[in-house]
Design a protein around this ligand. Structure first.
Ligand code: NAD
Length: 258
């Protein structure tokens, strides 16, 4: 087992399942200690237990990324558990499908709060800790929906465009402090989020599985989805790439080209 992140400490929000879990496992496999944060404590604990079962170092904590007190507590707990923070991954996110004319103001707020404000609050809490460490890798999970719009996803897309602009601006603020900040833009990954989307985009008479397969073939030039493990590999790469900063990197099988 390689250990290119031995001695590094990370936290991952939304680390209880899906892409966040893939990132937590990938960082841990390279030797990083990982604090798994999620609003679903049982899921976070299961992920941390999985890492420990493989010989890694991990703890779990309940965190609601829309609450500043929670993101500050996550940073404090990671520093207390592992002696500092090197890698801050903000992956918690939610989706819903609704066209603009029917979109409730409360639903706009709900999605923006988790996906955009949650990233802001995480970074605001993490930056002072990374400055103390004299090293930092900030990884914010955006989406191909942060590069192009999709029908029924205006609010989700707006939240992901926000993550990309925010991350690019933050990268410039911390560029001379040995801290990088990048966004990852996954394409289509089969997680609980895509259970929701496959159901929402079902054609009449289609099963969720048939809808899922149709979306993958319609959108992804490679004709196959991406995996949480692949997103985890890209996160590991970004932790090892001192000159890559301010980027929003697509990992989408050719779906987006800008
Ligand atoms: P998922 O639903 O499987 O996982 C999301 C995780 O975030 C869950 O564990 C959930 O409990 C947690 N979470 C939700 N609200 C939270 C909150 N307020 N505080 C803390 N944790 C919270 O979804 P996923 O597909 O793994 O998505 C992860 C990220 O990747 C999201 O930001 C999503 O927008 C993004 N993304 C996903 C895809 C995809 O195809 N699945 C594509 C592009 C981008």
């Amino acid at each position: 087992m390689s250990a290119r992140l031995a001695g590094r400490a990370a936290y991952v929000t939304g680390g209880g399942q899906g892409i966040g879990q893939g990132i937590a496992l990938a960082l841990a496999a390279e030797g990083a200690a990982v604090l798994v944060g999620d609003i679903d404590l049982a899921a976070a604990e299961a992920c941390a237990a999985d890492i420990r079962g493989k010989g890694g170092r991990a703890e779990a904590m309940r965190v609601d990324v829309t609450k500043a007190a929670d993101t500050e507590a996550l940073v404090a707990r990671t520093e207390a558990a592992f002696g500092g923070i090197d890698i801050a991954v903000h992956c918690a996110g939610i989706v819903s499908v609704c066209e603009v004319a029917d979109l409730a103001e409360t639903e706009w707020d709900r999605v923006m709060n988790v996906n955009a404000k949650g990233v802001f609050l995480g970074c605001k809490a993490a930056v002072p800790a990374l400055r103390r460490r004299g090293f930092g890798r900030i990884i914010n999970i955006a989406s191909v929906s942060g590069k192009d719009g999709y029908q029924g996803l205006a609010h989700y897309s707006a939240s992901k465009y926000a993550v990309i602009g925010f991350t690019n601006s933050l990268a410039k603020e911390v560029a001379q402090q040995n801290i990088t900040a990048n966004a990852i833009c996954p394409g289509i990954v089969r997680t609980a989020m895509w259970d929701i989307l496959a159901d929402e985009y079902k054609a009449s008479g289609e099963t969720r599985e048939q809808s899922w397969q149709r979306q993958v073939l319609a959108f992804v030039p490679q004709g196959r989805p991406q995996t949480p493990a692949e997103i985890g590999d890209l996160a590991v790469y970004l932790t090892l790439a001192p000159s890559v900063t301010g980027q929003a990197i697509n990992i989408d099988g050719g779906l987006t080209s800008h």
